[in-house]
Ligand binder design. Structure first.
Ligand code: 5AD
Length: 359
């Protein structure tokens, strides 16, 4: 409820803030809060005109694709929102073998993917040694592809080893900047400060980094979102992944409402103006809360989609939230569907590594 825009600002104040953001790529905490809390449908429409224009200026009508390989759903963490948290006994656990992973890459390459994202829970089975072995094989097999890791918090030494093995990019959402809010979404062992330190360490190691947060997570306020924007400014990441919070029936947040589509799109537009050259995915969560959610994301300024390359047999086991968009169809079929969807709104799926211009 705290995120419902009850206090509408005069429209011209909102427009002025959006113009200022576009020109200076910066707002104060108070201005961010005003804009987010006071947003109106008219202001959103204006914002999307601007964010789309900025997106098109830098990236044209290209949509970059990343092949997502969900290689393990074992996780030692117990995040209150996540369906693969360790204390969910009903999650059917699986791990892909190195051969499985390489076969995903092989299929993906033929389809036109030039970035592979290894995403998984924080699974101790995947030691540095095992991961380096997998990454070096991927690097050797597909030297022209980017390798992205999305495997959570590890030590700076571990990040370094995986980088040396051939990984180029790392996705680690900060989830929420505010320490208090963070502590209401995670058990005590996990802290906002450590999460943020990991991001700084990844940057120092030389990774292109992606961070991001959930929109409409329980207890989130417009001030929290304002802090998230200030943090993005500080980190200046190559990619920012945001999506609505969606409840999962086996978690403590089962009864919480999903984050609003409208606010997620609004935040996407704001991020495009804050970081004009960033890679912004229209996320799976966005596609889950609305049938045309990803298209709407692209039209709000997003320029990346991340189709699933995992074997169809494990897809329904990587359930971070309920109703997660995942068809039983083969990767080729989903990619064709995506191509059509993008074409219908005037965009095209590009075959390239799709590096960020924000380097
Ligand atoms: N709803 C939306 N997003 C979620 N994630 C995890 N659980 C949920 C949920 N219930 C997101 C987190 C994580 C990413 C991989 O998925 O932001 O970083």
């Amino acid at each position: 409820m705290t995120l419902t825009p009850e206090i509408h600002m005069p429209e011209n104040t909102l427009i002025r803030l959006i113009d200022k953001l576009e020109q200076r790529r910066d707002l104060s905490r108070k201005e961010w809060t005003q804009l987010i809390r006071g947003r109106t449908p008219k202001a959103a429409e204006y914002l999307f005109e601007r964010s789309r224009a900025v997106r098109i200026r830098h990236y044209g009508y290209d949509v970059y694709i990343r092949g997502l390989i969900e290689f393990t759903n074992y996780c030692k963490n117990d995040c209150y929102y996540c369906g693969i948290r360790k204390s969910n006994p009903d999650a059917e656990r699986y791990r892909l073998t190195k051969e499985d992973i390489l076969s995903c890459c092989e299929q993906g390459y033929v389809l036109g993917f030039r970035t592979f994202v290894l995403q998984g829970g924080e699974d101790g089975w995947f030691t540095d040694e095992r991961l380096t072995d997998i990454i070096s094989s991927m690097r050797k097999g597909w030297p022209d592809c980017a390798i992205t890791l999305s495997i959570g918090e590890r030590s700076p030494e571990s990040y370094q080893k995986l980088y040396e093995a051939g990984a180029n990019r790392f996705l680690l959402r900060h989830e929420t900047y505010d320490a208090e809010h963070y502590s209401r979404l995670h058990p005590q062992a996990l802290t906002a400060a450590h999460r943020q330190d990991c991001l700084r360490s990844l940057k120092e190691t030389g990774y292109q980094v992606g961070t991001g947060f959930m929109v409409g997570s329980p207890y989130q306020t417009p001030k929290n979102l304002a802090d998230d924007m200030l943090f993005l400014k500080e980190i200046n990441p190559q990619m920012v992944g945001i999506g609505p919070f969606i409840p999962h029936h086996d978690t403590p947040f089962a009864k919480e409402p999903a984050g609003p589509l409208e606010l997620t799109l609004f935040m996407l537009g704001l991020i495009r103006l804050l970081l004009p050259k960033a890679l912004l995915p229209a996320t799976t969560a966005l596609g889950t809360i609305a049938p045309d959610g990803r298209e709407q994301g692209i039209l709000a300024g997003a320029n990346v989609v991340m189709p699933n390359l995992s074997p169809a047999s494990v897809r329904e086991k990587y359930l971070l939230y309920d109703n997660k968009l995942c068809t039983g169809s083969e990767a080729a079929e989903s990619l064709e569907d995506l191509r059509q969807r993008m074409k219908r709104i005037g965009y095209r799926v590009a075959v390239s590594r799709g590096d960020s211009l924000n380097m």
